[in-house]
Design a protein around this ligand. Structure first.
Ligand SMILES: NC(=O)c1ccc[n+]([C@@H]2O[C@H](COP(=O)([O-])OP(=O)(O)OC[C@H]3O[C@@H](n4cnc5c(N)ncnc54)[C@H](O)[C@@H]3O)[C@@H](O)[C@H]2O)c1
Length: 360
């Protein structure tokens, strides 16, 4: 599945597609913008029907990173890397290492315009290999003084966003007894499911990996098949798998009051935000909700801010989202329109926001 949304006009600064010298695999780096500073974003290691689908994903994800970083007030632009595995590829340990080195070389060739972290399909340990090829790699394991998996701060930010969304829709952030459905029990989804269960939410969970059903048992959650998960009757739908799931076809069948989750690029295109609003479903813009990992990574790794102070900034995602909801309601527009306007205002006025141009 590929992530979608974000305008498809070509407005990227630089896109490089390499045939990995060691691995023979397609490795892509997309630098969308360095207007606010050098681009930051993760690398995704995923199987695509065709490498062109991986390229499309890189283009859209990097553009979304520009919005995310701008809306979060970071002095960085947006970038994304994709390692596009052909269908049926099973990576041996040697080939995995080879493609990670290919990725490192590609990022290095950009000379610091893009600092790469990890995304879906990658782990902090992988970044150690990437780092051997380039200094422009982040999200190293905590064992070597890195920030580790960004999933932890991401989930802290998403949880603050879930509370803000509940307050907006139900008048209270108390999740005790509130129904929530988490779709995707990966690094972020699993953490959210645990936090929601601890808060007393009535949970439904799902994943395409049947082994994750054990987590449902552990948390006392209902399990639903992935094909049906989106249409679960629930208060809060929490998309925590891949993007492109909210489409003109799926939105009419939703049975939730609000949608708030970490998945990138949840809308198949921006017009779906209007359809959601017409149906009375509150959608929390994903690029506001899931910025916790990048905020934490930039502040701790690059800006030298303490982990505690960075986490407190991550929790402010709840306030930022509440402000988006309030202004959208006041102006009679969707939360997406308000969040986009915030991000674009920063991108078009970098000097007024303490941002610096690349190179810093
Ligand atoms: N990890 C982060 O810090 C971070 C930050 C920002 C955004 N995100 C986004 O959040 C989402 C989840 O990230 P993650 O790091 O947890 O990834 P992950 O790879 O650890 O987990 C994704 C999970 O989704 C499952 N999945 C895939 N397709 C599914 C489907 N159709 N139905 C149900 N489950 C499905 C996978 O089996 C896997 O368990 C992604 O869209 C990612 O881009 C993650």
């Amino acid at each position: 599945m590929q992530d979608s949304t974000v305008d498809t006009a070509f407005d990227h600064e630089r896109v490089v597609l390499h045939h990995g010298r060691r691995s023979g695999l397609p490795v892509i780096a997309a630098v969308h913008s360095t207007t606010l500073g050098n681009a930051v974003g993760g690398a995704r290691l995923w199987t695509y029907p065709h490498w062109r689908d991986g390229l499309t994903d890189a283009l859209r994800l990097s553009a979304a990173m520009s919005l995310k970083n701008a809306a979060a007030g970071l002095a960085h632009g947006g970038g994304k890397a994709v390692i596009a595995l052909p269908p049926g590829t099973v990576l041996s340990a040697e080939r995995r290492e080879a493609v990670l080195r290919d990725l490192g070389d590609l990022v290095d060739s950009l000379g610091g315009a893009f600092i790469v972290g990890e995304d879906v399909g990658m782990h902090a340990e992988d970044m150690l290999i990437v780092r051997e090829q380039t200094p422009w790699a982040d999200c190293l394991p905590t064992s070597v003084g890195g920030i580790g998996e960004p999933a932890e701060p991401t989930s802290v930010g998403v949880y603050a966003a879930i509370e803000a969304t509940a307050r907006q829709v139900f008048g209270t952030a108390d999740l005790n007894g509130r129904r929530a459905c988490v779709v995707g029990l990966g690094q972020v989804g699993q953490r959210l499911a645990r936090r929601l269960a601890a808060a007393g939410a009535k949970l439904t969970v799902s994943d395409i990996d049947p082994a994750r059903q054990a987590i449902a048992g552990e948390l006392g959650a209902d399990w639903t098949e992935p094909g049906q998960a989106l249409f679960t009757e629930t208060d809060l739908l929490v998309p925590a798998a891949l993007g492109g799931i909210l489409t003109p076809d799926t939105v009419p069948r939703l049975r939730c009051a609000a949608i708030v989750g970490p998945a990138n690029n949840q809308l198949s295109d921006d017009a779906v935000a209007d359809t959601l609003a017409e149906r009375g479903v509150l959608w929390a813009p994903d690029f506001i909700v899931n910025a916790g990992g990048v905020i934490y990574g930039v502040e701790v790794s690059l800006d030298g801010i303490s982990p505690e102070a960075a986490l407190s900034d991550v929790r402010r995602i709840g306030d930022r989202l509440a402000s988006v909801f309030t202004r959208a309601e006041r102006d009679g527009v969707t939360p997406l329109a308000t969040a986009l306007a915030d991000a674009i205002a920063r991108l078009t006025d970098p000097t007024g926001n303490g941002a610096h141009a690349f190179p810093p």
